[in-house]
Design a protein around this ligand. Sequence first.
Ligand code: ADP
Length: 179
Amino acid sequence: MKRLIGSCVIELTVGDITVEQTDAIVNAANSQLAGGGGVDGAIHRAAGPEIMRQTREYYPDGCPTGAAVVTDAGRLAARYIFHTVGPIWQGGRSGEPDLLRSAYRACLELAVDHECRSIAFPAISTGVYGYPLDLASETALDEIRRFVESKQSPELVRCVLFSEGVFGAYSRVLEAWDR
Ligand code: ADP
């Protein structure tokens, strides 16, 4: 499923982000950049130990919530991994929506800075971090759309969703754009 925003494409797929061939893939990391379960564990396992060496060397203080840092992509097909830290859901009154927007925007800015024509995102914060899926998908897609509308870059933003349930939530948001 996709939507055209000017000359840019926002696309939804179901799958494993580690096999994406976009210029950059996004990791939903934790603020210590310590690795973990979920998509973070999968990316580090697939990319290899070089990635953790880079995060330790370049970002010993980790990464604040809502920000993003870059490493190369080790054994993966992508050129870069952008490690971002989404908010932990605490009920919605602790700035979670702004922090989630900021995480997406930070990665999209890195994509432009690193001349990436394509980028793949997981559904940041919707796993262990507990962000309600319908709210997260709405916020994620709105921030992506705002960014590509204003910058007309990257050419392709692909949301790689790990289950049909997550895909369903995202696709309902795209369908609502048409109404
Ligand atoms: P967070 O801590 O930000 O919530 P998680 O990794 O727990 O991060 O979950 C974020 C999302 O990533 C969830 O929707 C989860 O299903 C999904 N996910 C887990 N593994 C992968 C993968 N290999 N590719 C894409 N998405 C994945």
